[in-house]
Design a protein around this ligand. Structure first.
Ligand SMILES: [Zn+2]
Length: 282
């Protein structure tokens, strides 16, 4: 399931190959993929538009088109955008096809492939973006300069709840999904079941540092080799071993999501009454 590093990597790749090119024609193969406007209007409005910029916000891909239009793409579970030759056989899960004009290499297409069909697109006037509720409600951008330790600390003021589901909230910090939340908590040496309100200042600093570092490393790894870089990531399976201490990882469910952590490196710590680390040790 694509998370911030995957979408960021895709945005960078598309920026290199798409900016400056024109969409000759769009074809909607699965009408449900286009949320707004109607597929007919979608096709008509895209015709002949040049791509001006490709950006990312949270897990949204933002493709700016000339004439003040913005194409917003969310990959959800299985979505992906690929640029291929128009001669290439169409993947059976292709939902939308954008024929591109050539810059010496005519016959290229941008294809939205999405097996599970949860992915979606909206084509909006860029000025309407400030009313587009998924973006309006979106939380801090963790790779942005503005995401400082102080900014993160202020986001936590007055918050309560379990730490892992809290990290998955797109309206607090945008872009973190299930896999990288586990990696972040592992790097910060924090138990996923900790209460947010119990975090001490040093732990908040570690968490902030881990968010930045994990997302940066994963993005760099994905752009370099197509594989994310993480320590607990490859061990996230039954019987997986902690890369730091060699103990078998624990598996639990938090907020309905499978959660892997090391019971030795990520102690529950303070703030959880009756936890085994406090009662049973020694
Ligand atoms: Zn460990």
């Amino acid at each position: 399931m694509p998370e911030l590093p995957d979408v960021e990597t895709l945005a960078r790749r598309l920026r290199r190959s798409l900016v400056g090119r024109r969409i000759r024609r769009a074809r909607v193969l699965n009408p449900g993929t286009v949320r707004s406007p109607s597929p007919d209007r979608f096709v008509r409005r895209l015709r002949g538009r040049r791509v001006v910029a490709v950006d990312r916000r949270g897990k949204y891909l933002l493709i700016t088109l000339e004439g003040g239009l913005m194409l917003l793409v969310h990959l959800r579970m299985t979505g992906d955008l690929e640029i291929t030759s128009a001669r290439e056989r169409l993947d059976p899960y292709t939902r939308v096809v954008f024929a591109l004009d050539g810059r010496g290499q005519a016959g290229r297409e941008l294809r939205f492939v999405d097996q599970r069909r949860f992915g979606h697109m909206d084509l909006l006037p860029a000025v309407a973006l400030e009313d587009f509720s998924p973006l309006v409600r979106m939380g801090a951008e963790p790779l942005a300069k503005a995401f400082t330790p102080a900014a993160f600390r202020s986001l936590l003021v007055g918050r309560r709840g379990t730490l892992k589901p809290f990290l998955l909230r797109q309206d607090v910090v945008a872009g973190i999904g299930n896999l990288y939340a586990d990696e972040i908590l592992f790097q910060a040496r924090l138990h996923p079941g900790r209460r947010v309100e119990s975090l001490r200042p040093a732990e908040v600093r570690r968490l902030h540092e881990a968010i930045r570092q994990v997302l940066r490393r994963a993005t760099a790894g994905l752009s370099r080799s197509g594989r994310p870089v993480g320590d607990i990531l490859p061990a996230r399976e039954r019987g997986g071993i902690c890369p730091r201490c060699g103990r078998v990882l624990a598996l639990t469910r938090l907020g309905g999501r499978a959660t892997y952590f090391c019971p030795s490196c990520q102690r529950p710590g303070r703030g959880r009454r009756g936890d085994p680390a406090r009662l049973g040790k020694g």
